[in-house]
Design a protein around this ligand. Structure first.
Ligand SMILES: NC(=O)c1ccc[n+]([C@@H]2O[C@H](COP(=O)([O-])OP(=O)(O)OC[C@H]3O[C@@H](n4cnc5c(N)ncnc54)[C@H](OP(=O)(O)O)[C@@H]3O)[C@@H](O)[C@H]2O)c1
Length: 219
């Protein structure tokens, strides 16, 4: 697939590297340091372009910028009509925030009109995502996924697998609080989960029950 990564830093850079290695066509975009961006693109063997051009050519657009930079990234990206979006952001720092009771996913979906919005790759630190991406199948970690477009989520799930993780579809954008910051009891944010235990989380969320305790894995 043609994939634009808007903000290929710690999170987006790993996603770009993993998906390029899996055979996808990546374009990197949106940096204050254009030289560093070009160096990263050379190293991975992918293209650089403006946000508008990268998005126009893309099937899938990954937003991996700090929360405060989202409005600028969206403005430079231009129309997202029909594009599958993977939002990796968390609501830290400055900028307009979700209203009380609204998920960050629902808030961001609302400022990406026309996009086929999904949220993923946001619950684990960037260093951990790099560290675990080559694990054998049974030890692979879950990348939670939410969104309101089932076809878009199926596409993103297959990209998560290509990147070396296990996709688990948690919910729509309205019901995904447990995968959102901050790290806290009763949430999956900030914790390692693997598939068998993650399926119990999905069932709990669907039934409106508290999720099971965070598992401890010895290896
Ligand atoms: N780091 C983590 O462990 C982690 C884990 C899960 C989710 N997240 C979320 O993922 C998103 C990206 O985080 P990250 O840690 O990957 O950030 P990062 O390493 O700082 O990368 C940000 C990227 O955006 C670019 N950028 C362009 N304009 C920018 C601006 N005005 N201000 C800042 N950066 C700008 C940066 O390039 P230049 O520096 O050249 O501008 C860089 O490529 C955030 O929303 C974060 O909450 C982070």
């Amino acid at each position: 697939m043609n994939i634009a990564v808007i903000g290929p830093g710690r999170i987006g850079g790993n996603i770009a590297r993993r998906l390029a290695r899996a055979g996808h066509q990546l374009t990197l975009s949106f940096a204050r340091d254009e030289h560093a961006l070009a160096r990263l693109a050379d190293e991975i063997g992918v293209r650089v372009d403006t946000p508008a051009a990268a998005v126009a050519a893309a099937d899938v657009v990954v937003f991996a910028v700090p929360w405060s930079a989202i409005p600028e990234a969206l403005q430079q990206a231009g129309a997202l009509d029909g594009k599958i979006v993977i939002d990796t952001t968390n609501q830290f720092g400055s900028g307009e925030m979700p209203r009380s009771g609204q998920t960050a996913a629902a808030f961001n979906a609302g400022r990406m009109p026309g996009a086929r919005y999904t949220k993923s790759f946001n619950t684990l630190t960037a260093a951990f995502q790099v560290q675990v991406a080559e694990r054998p199948h049974e030890q692979r970690v879950v990348q939670w996924l939410c969104g309101d477009d089932d076809d878009a989520k199926r596409t993103v799930a297959s990209l998560i697998e290509d990147a070396g993780y296990v996709p688990v579809d948690l919910s729509g954008t309205a019901g995904c609080e447990v995968m959102e910051a901050p790290r806290r009891a009763g949430a999956v944010y900030g914790e390692e989960w693997r598939l068998p235990e993650a399926l119990d989380v999905v069932a709990a969320v669907r039934e409106g029950r508290p999720i099971p305790e965070t598992p401890q894995y010895s290896q």
